[in-house]
Design a protein around this ligand. Sequence first.
Ligand code: PLP
Length: 359
Amino acid sequence: MKTSFSLNVLLRDNIKKLVPYSSARDEFKGEASVLLDANENAFGSPYAKNYNRYPDPLQHRVKEKLRLIKGVPEENIFLGNGSDEAIDILFRAFCEPGRDNVILVPPTYGMYEVSANINNVAYKKINLTADYQLDLEGIASAIDAHTKLIFICSPNNPTGNSIHRQDIETILVNFDGIVVVDEAYINFAKQASFTSDLGEFPNLVVLQTLSKAWGLAALRLGMAFASKDIITVFNKIKPPYNINQATQDIVLEALDGVDIVNEWIKEVVKEREKLAESLLTMPQVVHVTPSDANFILVKLEEPRALYDFLVDRGIIVRDRSKVELCEGCLRLTIGTPQENNLLLKSMREFYEDQTQRRM
Ligand SMILES: *Cc1c(COP(=O)(O)O)cnc(C)c1O
């Protein structure tokens, strides 16, 4: 159990002093039949029934289901308008613009840097090692008195590998700021989630999302799991009605589909391994990074030419070939078996054409 941690020392002064917005329904709890407190339209739209009232600001029913699925108490769950909202709130809670800094470990998810820039917060980049693991010494020497957050994405986007658990624990133990472990792809990994370690590490924030394995990217629902005190801070800062009623309604139904989600995950993992194997048979494939996610980072001799060829055929992949440590790489999301086969077929055609052109 980590004891060298003080949330109060880390928080910005304005957040410590903040009196949060008190919504219409915060002051009254119970059953009411006449609601004349929130300036809503009492008739309700005939075209969108049951959407005339403000939604539950703390999304109790959704969290109740998530508690059962994730094994995390409701008081340790925050729901955001995508994980991106949780990332932004971390900056606003902990980082004084122009003074504090955060540590990023690229190549990794781009939103940490964007969110830092939006909030005018400095970042120090400590590249991952050649095998896409944490440079613990580099991170240790980058930490200073104003370092508030370290972002670790595991499995990492865009590389797909998991970060060694032991290394993340080392940082959790030794760093007295907040360690954010972004587990957007955890459902596809063999590794256990860090959500079971919340009791041990008061400085841990785990991010997950319904956008990937759950197939609900359009609904915008991200989750943050952390100590009760950190979740209280998140709830103070967020817009009162950040998760709209339509999202809450649909998510509530979709969360009953754990079985089908688990089937999809198995299928995606199977397809991932098949795709990796097929890619490795192609002479133009230089390297395939073993993936714990629903995508594969593949290093190719001429990534951009292949990328353009695929685009012409209506197949869009992610060009990461100019990203430091991902030179020459494309990131391929695992699709349906048909889509994956079409991708492979198109790649083979591209390489056959290319061979012919060179003869
Ligand atoms: C896709 C992704 C997310 C998801 O963000 P949402 O805002 O919840 O859709 C978060 N983190 C990483 C690393 C991702 O790749």
